[in-house]
Write a protein that binds this ligand. Structure first.
Ligand SMILES: [Zn+2]
Length: 193
């Protein structure tokens, strides 16, 4: 735990009913990140309180499918910054969908995301960009398989791929799930086909 520089350890306590020892810690907080409206403490990163905001983000929406919700929530609860949060993106918030290519691992499209991606405004206020061009990729296979593929992709991103992932959506015409991610140039999108 001492290797995690995002944590500040205060000490140990003991639960007198079970005799279990409990480590007392909190995330590191900084004045320059602003104050959390929920717990009134300084945020852990700009406009983001790691204690309160992941919980808030994981509430108040549904994809209509519990397994998909759980998969997205798993990542939401681990988000360390506002901009890192992935979400369920209703298909009707995506416009101008155009096929870029098709291959053995799926079909890639470009689309305009009407809500824009999460971005902090000048004053470190949680906001989003204007409508924004994103890439969509089909996630074929059984639900278990495509959620596994999505998790692998998220893991790959955490391990150094700098492609941003914004979330999941479902094509309401054919019910196919799609991953929503950063629109890079066509050359780099083709490696996902
Ligand atoms: Zn808070």
């Amino acid at each position: 735990m001492s290797a995690d520089s995002e944590l500040k350890v205060y000490g140990l306590t003991q639960d007198t009913s079970t005799n279990e020892y409990i480590l007392v810690f909190d995330y590191k907080r900084n004045k320059c990140n602003g104050i959390c409206a929920n717990c009134n403490r300084y945020n852990t990163s700009s406009a983001w309180c790691r204690t309160c905001d992941p919980q808030n983000t994981a509430q108040g929406w549904t994809s209509g499918d519990k397994n998909v919700d759980d998969c997205i929530k798993e990542f939401q609860l681990k988000a360390t910054s506002y901009e890192d949060v992935i979400e369920w993106i209703p298909f009707n918030r995506l416009d101008n969908i155009q096929k870029i290519g098709k291959g053995g691992f799926g079909t890639v499209f470009s689309a305009t995301w009407l809500d824009g991606k999460r971005m902090l405004s000048d004053k470190y206020i949680a906001s989003s960009t204007p409508s924004f061009i994103v890439a969509l990729k089909t996630l074929p296979g059984s639900q278990e398989n495509f959620l596994k593929e999505f998790k692998n992709f998220m893991q790959f991103r955490l391990m150094g791929s700098n492609l941003e992932v914004y979330g999941l959506t479902r094509n309401t015409t054919n019910n196919e799930y799609l991953m929503v991610f950063q629109y890079a140039n066509r050359g780099s999108l083709h490696k996902f086909l």
